[in-house]
Design a protein around this ligand. Structure first.
Ligand code: NAP
Length: 251
């Protein structure tokens, strides 16, 4: 299995790379901080010898660059069976509070950059006639959120809808059963974005535990998953219908 991961320089992306490498997957890793990718490649070289790791600098908001980088990594590995659309930003601010840049960056990265990555991945999968598209959304996608979460929650709803649209398209055509789409909705997992250590809230899990749940869902190629399954399969349903005061506490 040859898997490309965007946003592999930290957090969930880097840990997915470690855990997929441990399962023997060859990897194409991208992010803006290439020094981190170099360190990760060296680490995987020691822990999972025999696994091939290709790296490339990629800012997913540089839209014309995205297909070039994806195609280049596909050529370097000799094919790509899976693309994980993971790169994301969580810098939102209340709308109208004087920081439109933070919200625009969130939407540019999480929606437009993710769409550019999906376009490039699906072009590869259409060309080769098979592939697995994995999109990292969030439990925050299930409802509108206030304050600093408004843009982020909307971006994660949009990216999930885009991926579900791709699935609907694929399932209705010649690629049905040969191209699969997985949408992951993680809860709270320790990373640079969450900026927290496990234990700060009982809902926050450490990176290894959270990503193990993500990797299991990826490997099973499920259509969608709320992760870790307990408690988020239940809490996502609660969050979707909760009164605003409770939703604010979960967000
Ligand atoms: N941690 C959680 O609890 C949680 C929950 C739900 C969903 N998620 C989602 O999981 C994904 C990974 O986030 P994380 O929690 O692991 O946070 P993180 O540690 O901050 O990682 C974010 C990754 O995205 C990359 N990135 C950001 N902007 C980028 C851009 N313009 N172009 C390319 N890469 C970019 C970063 O790399 P560079 O800065 O090196 O480019 C980094 O590797 C995100 O989509 C996030 O929304 C996380």
């Amino acid at each position: 299995m040859r898997t490309l991961i965007t946003g592999a320089s930290s957090g969930l992306g880097a840990e997915m790379a470690r855990q997929l490498a441990a399962r023997g997957h060859d990897l194409a890793l991208t992010a803006r901080r290439t020094d981190r990718l170099d360190d990760l490649r060296a680490e995987i070289g020691e822990t999972s010898p025999g696994v091939r790791v290709a790296t490339a600098p990629l800012d997913v908001t540089e839209l014309a660059t995205v297909p070039r980088v994806v195609d280049g990594l596909r050529a370097e590995l000799g094919g790509l069976e899976r693309v994980v659309v993971n790169a994301g930003a969580g810098k939102g601010r209340p709308i109208g509070s004087g920081r439109p840049d933070a919200n625009i960056e969130t939407l540019m990265t999480n929606v437009v950059g993710a769409l550019a990555t999906m376009e490039a991945a699906m072009a590869v999968f259409r060309d080769q006639g098979h592939g697995h598209l994995v999109v990292v959304s969030s439990v925050m996608s299930v409802r509108a959120m206030p304050r600093h979460m408004t843009a982020y929650a909307a971006s994660k709803a949009a990216v999930a809808r885009l991926a579900e649209g791709v699935r609907a398209e694929v399932d209705a055509g010649d690629l049905a059963g040969r191209v699969r789409v997985t949408v992951l909705h993680p809860g709270y997992i320790v990373s640079e974005m969450t900026g927290a250590k496990s234990g700060r809230t009982p809902l926050m899990v450490d990176t290894e535990t959270g990503v193990r749940a993500m990797v299991e869902a990826i490997e099973k190629e499920v259509p969608r998953a709320y992760l870790p399954r307990w408690p988020w399969e239940v809490l996502a349903r609660v969050l979707a219908v909760a009164p605003p005061r409770l939703a604010r506490r979960l967000g």
